[in-house]
Design a binder for this molecule. Structure first.
Ligand SMILES: [Zn+2]
Length: 327
């Protein structure tokens, strides 16, 4: 099991709610912002325990904590109940349930995971209850980004946020679950700081060959004679072409910020180190390359064939290099 409690307990978000709990000044509604789509539910559970467990910290051993973990506490409701987004029927149910007394606890908690798809009708329907909630009713709303919510909803709840974790924290929280330390370190070096993406990269060994091939292409593809060789290698990847394009975009962006001396904005040091030997790129040609990657993504959506698309893109990147070298 991934130790989400160890990750979450040192965050400012957790400290804020814990402090309010100890002072008996809990807000009736919190909005938890966290970009980790895969794990947002896990974080919401940790906060649900904190809001309802009788101990100062969530104890993770009492009946309430255990039932929350299994999503089976009668006074704590989790939405959506299926894979589909929360809908207006769910909100109608929340409103009805909120006026009925709790069964076991002295409060009711509604945990609503909107991710990034909270429809306007759903938010508007929830608004009045959020504004004047029945006594002892609490809300915990999860979103990937606060842009998912209407200003009117945001103004009725307290925002707390979980930011990406640093590498050491991720490593410590994941090492018992993801036991191959070398792969874990590598996955962490390529991640955006979320557990969800780290786990995905750890389990997806092909992803590393995509990273290597992106770097190899940028370093060694120096003439249009090489285009066919690399486009063949790229189309043979077991990865989706979209994944290749994302890694290529990341590589070009990191080369760009590094060239501009903004090392602190580099997202992926491993990939940047691999592209260090790439020659002939300057700010203009990198920007041109990034523009063409965007265009390739659009063409891909319009169902262009992979082989033609990659050949076209590699030629564009080369053309960009030569165009600005000549100036
Ligand atoms: Zn507990």
């Amino acid at each position: 099991m991934i130790d989400f409690f160890s990750l979450v307990k040192d965050t400012n978000a957790y400290k804020i709610v814990r402090g309010e709990k100890s002072k008996n000044t809990l807000s009736h509604a919190y909005i938890l912002v966290c970009s980790d789509e895969k794990c947002l539910n896990n974080y919401l559970k940790e906060f649900a325990k904190l809001l309802t467990c009788e101990q100062f910290d969530a104890c993770n051993t009492c009946r309430v904590c255990n039932l929350i973990e299994k999503n089976r506490h009668q006074d704590i409701y989790f939405y959506p109940k299926t894979e589909n987004p929360v809908n207006v029927e769910d909100v109608a149910e929340i409103i009805n349930e909120s006026i009925i007394k709790p069964i076991e606890l002295n409060k009711k908690l509604f945990v609503i995971n909107f991710k990034d798809n909270a429809s306007l009708s759903v938010q508007n329907k929830l608004l009045k209850t959020l504004e004047e909630p029945p006594k002892n009713v609490f809300f915990l709303i999860g979103v990937l980004s606060e842009h998912a919510l209407l200003q009117t909803v945001k103004s009725r709840a307290k925002k707390i946020e979980i930011f990406p974790f640093d590498k050491e924290k991720l490593f410590n929280a994941l090492k018992n679950e993801l036991t191959d330390e070398v792969s874990l370190e590598r996955a962490i070096s390529l991640t955006d700081g979320t557990v969800g993406q780290t786990v995905k990269l750890y389990n997806d060994k092909n992803f590393f060959s995509t990273v290597d091939l992106v770097a190899e292409t940028l370093v060694n593809m120096n003439s249009s004679k090489n285009v066919l060789e690399y486009s063949t290698k790229i189309t043979k990847l077991s990865q989706e072409l979209e994944d290749f394009l994302s890694v290529l975009e990341l590589a070009l962006k990191d080369m760009l910020v590094s060239l501009e001396g903004k090392e602190n904005l580099v997202q992926n040091k491993e990939l940047l180190a691999k592209t260090k030997k790439a020659t002939g790129f300057n700010v203009a040609s990198l920007l041109y390359g990034l523009e063409k990657v965007e265009e390739a993504k659009k063409r891909k959506k319009a169902n262009a064939t992979n082989t033609m698309l990659i050949e076209w893109l590699l030629l564009q990147i080369l053309e960009g290099k030569f165009k600005w070298q000549k100036l």
